[in-house]
Write a protein of this length. Structure first.
Length: 109
């Protein structure tokens, strides 16, 4: 039960939900997410920390970047939650996804 509560609390914020929808498209670093969302780096980092603590997002170092992605080793409950999130459709989510695809960390970071 506790795992479900953490995941739903993490997704109850529109910014975190937007981040999860962007990470569906590709792994991203904080700089790229910040560019799309338009918040301060510290705010985005805090949102990512909450998503990570809920088990929805993982991080991996790639040379000088830390990439965030959806948890590929997701447990069954995370898989169900992410399957539901994938079905969400909204103009903001679509715009974020397109911006995420167009983002280039070489130009942003």
């Amino acid at each position: 039960m506790e795992q479900y509560l953490k995941a739903f609390k993490a997704l109850s914020d529109d910014s975190r939900l937007r981040i999860v929808k962007m990470l569906e498209v590709k792994p991203m670093c904080v700089c790229e997410i910040t560019l799309v969302i338009g918040y301060a780096t510290s705010t985005v980092s805090n949102h990512l920390k909450i998503l990570k603590e809920a088990g929805l997002v993982v991080q991996e170092r790639d040379e000088r970047f830390i990439n965030y992605s959806l948890n590929k080793d997701k447990k069954q409950f995370i898989a169900k939650i992410l399957a539901f999130v994938r079905k969400l459709d909204d103009e903001v989510f679509e715009a974020d996804k397109n911006s995420a695809l167009a983002s280039d960390r070489a130009l942003v970071c």
